[in-house]
Design a protein around this ligand. Structure first.
Ligand code: BG6
Length: 464
């Protein structure tokens, strides 16, 4: 928010009321805000910015107390001339989303004359049924176009670049289908373990924590048809259509096409089961790899392989689009030690470095005729990195503008749950052989076997 303030997107007409059960004065809360600014707290604008923050201790189940919040909001509304525009930002246990949304409405907090928007942090349910219940509860107080479900991956520069790359380039979009693409690989690799979040993570696991939301969102941007226009309504419509043609697995296919893992001890890292607040017999997965199939004209026969996990070799996110090899390799001279042509690969580096790389085959310099892969690269430079907002900075700005493009709509969330629920159901019936991978690796051997079975390889491999 301070970045937005500094950029001038947010200036005088805003106020924030922080709430939680803890008692705190405005000054104490402002002090917490000051601390969160880090070195920026000495910026000349910092104190002015901090003066927009207020605090009310609040028990979300205490209906009567919403009146206090309302009065405070009305007072700040007048003071900062907010024209009744309100954003309610819920970062709390999903059990309370419905309660809060309901009371915001019945106790009159949404009666102001301006806009009323609700921002929801994940997790949005534990499965389709609980997510649907949650959604029903929210929809008694807010319309779908007022609800902004945060998926911070959608706020990342290079995820948004998927659309630019696909729909801004004839050479990309004309080849973007099963005739030319052999497979697509999405890797969200994390070097850290569960840290201090075990109480959440052990009840969630990588499938719910990363696949149902972030990975499904990335996959739907990669798989969707061209939207009619670059608007939230049109983009969401195409993402939903793509997710509707994602094959929901039966029991047998779910067991074959998905693998899970949990890290053991190694490389100076303790095992997941020995982490603080993790039960010693936990069967929670810290790694998932899988194959996704779309039953539509564009993608039939071209699998999307995905993987994510904690305590892997490195922290990075990338998408590798592997094209089909030329049908005939005319350079494979028998008398020549020529290496066979390699597949063209378009890699989108999402993080930490941001850019694209296209692997092509070219003639090596010199006598004879040898081919070798070369890369055409583009990486965002330092000035570009500096201009890149943090995902949350971008998304909060989008909420203020009322732009839902980079938020997950309910139909997207519901199809993602329906897909993921099938995998979960199968896993819940089977006893996993955990732990099955070493910290610092790229997950269990089964993740490699999953793709090798299809005579393919992960483009990103360790020690290649
Ligand atoms: C969060 C997950 O949504 O994303 C975390 O709950 C995960 O478990 C994080 O570590 C990864 O986000 P990023 O932006 O660091 O890749």
């Amino acid at each position: 928010m301070f970045n937005l303030y500094k950029r001038g997107t947010l200036r005088e007409h805003f106020a924030v009321i922080g709430t939680s059960r803890n008692k705190m004065t405005d000054e104490e809360f402002q002090d917490a805000v000051r601390k969160s600014l880090g070195t920026a707290k000495s910026d000349k604008d910092a104190e002015k910015f901090i003066s927009h923050f207020a605090y009310e201790a609040h028990d979300v189940t205490d209906k009567a107390h919403y009146k206090v919040l309302k009065d405070r909001a009305d007072e700040l509304d007048k003071k900062f001339k907010l024209e009744g525009n309100r954003i309610f930002y819920l970062s709390l246990s999903p059990n309370f989303f419905g309660t809060v949304a309901g009371f915001l409405k019945t106790e009159g907090l949404t009666d102001s004359q301006g806009f009323n928007r609700l921002v929801i942090e994940k997790p949005f349910g534990r499965d389709y049924d609980s997510a649907a219940q949650l959604n029903d509860a929210l929809s008694t107080a807010f319309n779908e176009d007022q609800v902004f479900r945060i998926d911070h991956y959608l706020g990342k520069e290079m995820i948004q670049n998927i659309e630019a790359l696909r729909f801004g380039n004839t050479i990309v979009e004309s080849l973007w289908n099963n005739r030319y693409i052999d497979n697509i690989q999405v890797t969200l690799s994390e070097k850290l373990g569960v840290e201090e979040r075990a109480s959440y993570y052990d009840n969630s696991g990588a499938l719910r924590d990363m696949v149902q939301n972030h990975i499904m969102q990335i996959v739907s941007l990669l798989a969707m048809e061209q939207p009619v226009a670059f608007t939230d309504v049109d983009i969401r419509a195409e993402k939903v259509k793509a997710l509707r043609s994602l094959r929901v697995y039966n029991v047998a296919d779910a067991s074959t096409n998905f693998v899970r893992g949990q890290y053991g001890a190694g490389n100076k890292q303790r095992a997941y089961r020995d982490e603080d607040n993790v039960p010693h017999d936990s069967n929670n997965e810290t790694f998932v790899a899988g194959k996704l199939l779309f039953d539509n004209y564009r993608w039939s026969g071209t699998p999307f392989y995905i993987r994510t996990g904690k305590e892997l070799a490195d922290k990075f996110t990338r998408v590798d689009v592997v094209f089909k090899k030329p049908l005939v390799d005319i350079f494979a001279f028998p008398q020549n030690a020529n290496a066979p042509l390699e597949a063209n690969v378009l890699t989108m580096f999402i993080e930490p470095k941001a850019g694209f790389s296209l692997r092509l085959n070219a003639k090596t310099s010199g006598q004879g005729f040898q081919t070798a892969p070369i890369n055409m690269d583009y990486f965002v430079d330092a000035a570009g990195e500096k201009a890149t907002p943090e995902p949350y900075e971008r998304l909060i700005h989008d909420v203020m503008k009322g732009d839902g493009t980079n938020f997950s709509s309910w139909p997207e969330v519901s199809y993602a749950w329906k897909f993921v629920d099938q995998i979960r159901k199968v896993w819940d019936l089977q006893q996993p052989a955990f732990p099955n991978y070493t910290p610092g690796s790229m997950g269990p051997a089964a993740a490699d076997e999953l793709i090798q079975r299809d005579h393919r390889e992960w483009v990103y491999r360790l020690n290649q």
